[in-house]
Design a protein around this ligand. Structure first.
Ligand SMILES: Nc1ncnc2c1ncn2[C@@H]1O[C@H](COP(=O)(O)OP(=O)(O)O)[C@@H](O)[C@H]1O
Length: 291
């Protein structure tokens, strides 16, 4: 087993191989729908990172999980801790939408309805972001929001080796509340959440408490809500996740890369447990205060 996982992870390519040209040319023709991988029934265990990988920034990780689960929050915290970029395709898309081109008005409709945009669009945005990062000397990445379909996962697998996929999990009623509670400060760009979750344990299911993540006083009057964070659209995004993105979990599970992580509560309970699951608990203490 160890030999297989070592073989998988030792094939990590430098980020420079994941260029715009490389990713874009990896797009399969529209007519090719036969992307069924050679599934086998046994599951490999994911290999959590050894410290050398982190020091050399050989980190090519993916965050999976339903809308509202906290991919952005935990990916961004890990990115600050390890010093590799957090790249969220949803953010790239929103930046694109902020520029008023004819493409952005079409995309805006798709996003507002909770649908996925085309692979061509998302891969082009991701490739540009990776190329720009490469030019600045960036190394490694933590992807959030990509891949979202098996086809995207196959394209990514074709151009680079993903080391680890962290699958964040939370019950669906909480996901909806968390999406509806999301707020963004229009000035500083900070992400907050006004939802206060307090669900008692019942029928053998554990209870869950998640305190709101409130903004500082100077952001209060500048809070905005994403146009796709309405109840109808969040339910549609959850449906699409189950239909299109759930199979991506299996894609990585059978490749021995999926680390399942059930969020036990809010950030104070979940963050230390996530660090433990990633063997990073001590790493946090050893970093200089500025890291
Ligand atoms: N990889 C992707 N493929 C297709 N569409 C995407 C992708 N990533 C983001 N999007 C679009 O951006 C929207 C917002 O994505 P994101 O910010 O990741 O939100 P969330 O995870 O909360 O649903 C998605 O609903 C979809 O329309």
């Amino acid at each position: 087993m160890a030999a297989i996982t070592r073989h998988l992870t030792n094939r990590t390519y430098p980020i420079s191989s994941l260029t715009r040209r490389c990713l874009s040319s990896a797009l399969p023709s529209e007519t090719n729908n036969s992307h069924a991988p050679p599934y086998s029934s046994f599951h490999l265990k994911p290999r959590v990172p050894p410290p050398e990988d982190l020091k050399n920034k050989h980190v090519q990780w993916v965050f999976l999980g339903c809308p509202g689960v906290g991919k952005g929050t935990y990916a961004s915290r890990l990115s600050n801790l390890i010093g590799v970029p957090h790249i969220a395709t949803g953010d790239l898309l929103r930046e694109q939408l902020a520029s008023s081109t004819s493409l952005s008005s079409q995309l805006s409709e798709t996003v507002k309805q909770g649908q996925l945009v085309s692979d061509e669009v998302i891969i082009s945005l991701l490739s540009k972001r990776l190329t720009a990062g490469e030019a600045k000397g960036e190394s490694g990445f933590i992807l959030d929001g990509f891949p979202r379909t098996v086809k995207q996962a196959e394209i990514l697998e074709g151009v680079t080796e993903i080391d680890l996929v962290i699958n964040l999990k939370l019950r669906e009623d909480v996901l909806l509340e968390k999406c509806l509670g999301r707020r963004i400060c229009s000035q500083c760009g900070g992400n907050f959440n006004v939802a206060s979750i307090n669900i008692n344990a019942e029928n053998g299911n554990p209870g869950i408490i998640m305190a709101p993540l409130l903004p500082p006083a100077n952001c209060m009057s500048k809070l905005t809500t994403r146009s796709d964070d309405t109840e109808v659209v969040v339910k549609e995004r959850l449906r699409i996740y189950n239909e299109m993105s759930r199979p991506v979990e299996e894609f990585y599970r059978i490749r021995g890369k999926l680390l399942e992580f059930d969020l036990p509560g809010g950030i104070p309970e979940s963050w230390p447990k996530l660090l433990q699951a990633l063997n990073l608990y001590d790493y946090e203490d050893k970093q200089p205060a500025t890291a």
